[in-house]
Ligand binder design. Structure first.
Ligand SMILES: *Cc1c(COP(=O)(O)O)cnc(C)c1O
Length: 373
């Protein structure tokens, strides 16, 4: 495989090589059984994933975006319903609110963490508000104590967007177990990634789980019996079998990410101009992304690129300021934290198989950048 970067942003091939025999065996088993759509591999993964997260049910589906949509349709979002979510996420979080029939209400992020600021949620609640979607962005849990307290007080549902935070913990409790339901993505680059698209919703609510499964499968669980109209969103057997192999490794991989992040933070703390990511008190960050802030972000990004270090901006424009939401006429002063972060955030390479020499190269180039005149 040709590597264009000396330090790639992520390296899925390196991960595959560490588990090649198991992955190859799992794939050929699915093919030999022609268990392509649903079937025992999907059933097995659903059970394994629910028990790993610590919820009673797991409803698998086509991708993480569908997981959010299926959950909201099954929670009963209707025209005019307002759903509050963070100003800083991937667009899947907010576009599915609209697709489910609701209205998007953005809330600014916390000044230090990149997650929704619970203190600002209450100001956004109106008689039409039905739910809150906190996003455990970059792998750091949102403040679930405060969010759940607000939800209980105002009788709102909570749908956790766990797409970037597999097995992250808030006060020792795994994310995805706080709200009414939680959406996961197994997009290849996520901490637990398939080799194609896949997603799931987990919940402890049996009635909601059944609704979601029915909706995701054309409105019925038995062929020919359609109780309602639904959609077609299902996990395929190859992805499920691959995910079952990878689920056994996720705790090790998470630890490797955390070790790299600690190493980064220790080394970068002394470099002028670099603001390392804060891991909030009582939060176990799983570092899907390691995101720093730097006032000369664009120059730094170029500097690193010229020495073969790949970086990414997640995300260049906060949701309220995307053309997709021009109808909301958001002003920078409405979302000062999310807006301010747009120009300073930079995601550095991090992946479990990253060598310490690679991390060393990144640190060295950041030191040289600080010294340049
Ligand atoms: C990746 C992601 C999604 C969507 O997942 P897909 O599997 O790509 O559809 C949703 N929310 C967040 C925060 C994500 O990072």
């Amino acid at each position: 495989m040709i590597k264009t970067a000396m330090v790639p942003f992520a390296d899925l091939h390196a991960q595959y090589l560490t588990i090649k025999p198991e992955i190859d065996a799992a794939i050929s088993e699915v093919i030999s059984q022609s268990a392509f759509i649903r079937g025992r591999f999907v059933d097995a993964f659903e059970n394994e994933f629910a028990s790993a997260v610590g919820t009673k049910h797991c409803v698998s589906c086509g991708n993480g975006t569908d997981a959010l949509y299926i959950a909201m349709r099954s929670l009963g979002v209707a025209a005019g319903d307002e759903v509050i979510t963070t100003a800083h996420s991937w667009i899947a979080t907010s576009e599915t609110i609209t697709q489910a029939g609701g209205s998007v209400v953005f809330c600014d992020t916390d000044k230090d963490a990149f997650t929704i600021d619970p203190k600002q949620i209450e100001q956004k609640i109106t008689p039409r508000t039905v739910g809150i979607i906190p996003v455990h962005l970059y792998g750091q849990p949102a403040n679930m104590d405060e969010i759940m307290a607000i939800a209980r007080k105002h009788k709102l549902w909570v749908l956790e967007d766990c797409a970037q935070a597999h097995f992250a913990k808030f006060k020792g409790q795994t994310v995805g177990t706080f709200g009414n339901a939680a959406a996961f993505s197994f997009y290849p680059g996520k901490n637990l990634g398939a080799m194609g698209d896949a997603g799931a919703v987990v919940t402890n609510d049996a009635a909601l789980a059944e609704k979601m499964a029915i909706f995701a499968r054309h409105g019925g669980l038995v062929k020919g019996d359609h109780r309602s109209e639904g959609i077609n969103s299902r996990m395929d057997g190859l992805q499920a079998a691959i995910l079952s192999v990878k689920l056994k490794k996720i705790y090790d991989w998470t630890q490797m990410r955390q070790k790299l992040a600690a190493e980064y933070s220790g080394r970068l703390a002394n470099i002028p101009g670099v603001e390392t990511p804060l891991s909030g008190e009582d939060r176990e960050h799983v570092y899907h992304l390691y995101v720093i802030r730097h006032k000369k972000r664009d120059l730094l990004k170029k500097w690193l690129a010229s020495s073969g270090i790949e970086t990414v901006i997640n995300y260049p424009v906060a949701l309220p300021f995307l053309p997709a939401y021009s109808r909301l006429k958001s002003r920078p002063e409405d979302f000062p934290n999310a807006y301010g972060n747009q120009s300073v955030i930079l995601s550095l390479p991090i992946f479990p198989e990253m060598a310490s020499t690679q991390l060393e190269q990144v640190v060295k180039q950041m030191e040289l950048f600080a010294l340049r005149k």
